[in-house]
Design a protein around this ligand. Sequence first.
Ligand code: CTP
Ligand code: MG
Length: 182
Amino acid sequence: MVFDIYTLVEVLWLIIPAYAANGLTPILGLKKGLHPIDGGRRFKGEPLFGPGKTWEGLIFGTIMGGLIGLIEMLAYPYLPFSISPLPLNIVPMSLILGLLLGFGAMFGDLAGSFIKRRLKIPRGRPAPILDQEDFLAGALVFSLLLISLEASWVILLVFVTFVVHILANMIGYILKIKKQLW
Ligand code: CTP
Ligand code: MG
């Protein structure tokens, strides 16, 4: 089964470092004077990535992923996974896996902006599905360096991430961290 509570627990455990990376980085946007990764460079008249993708964001997101991975690793012995009636497939979380998920998320997000600019979608304008799923794809691909993924995880994550991303953006918008609803 894909849409059951057991699979949900397994995928949330795996993906929270990536959610932290992608979800906390917009806080940086409140600061001025960040350094865009593309340095203002353009490709065929459009920005390579745009000013919303900064080195500070890439580094911050990666560190956040690592930090959450480390916290999960330390918390693991105290969590009641063993009370589950079905044995759970909980990936061994670690600092390294967290860093991979965080970096992968930021890499996927960067690739998403690259595609948006090629489609001539300006920075901050919506690109449905791409805006919600780019960081997930990046995080999952990079996680493959360390773990193997179940197909059911990937399917569930595509749905869960879509919903979580939209809800998180609404909260960010209300808190005035995000300027747009997407
Ligand atoms: N951010 C950053 N560096 C990154 C990724 C994100 O500084 N590598 C910050 C920026 O302040 C950005 C905000 O997080 O504006 C929200 O990210 P996102 O919604 O992905 O970027 P957008 O500004 O909407 O730009 P795009 O259209 O390229 O997605
Ligand atoms: Mg955006």
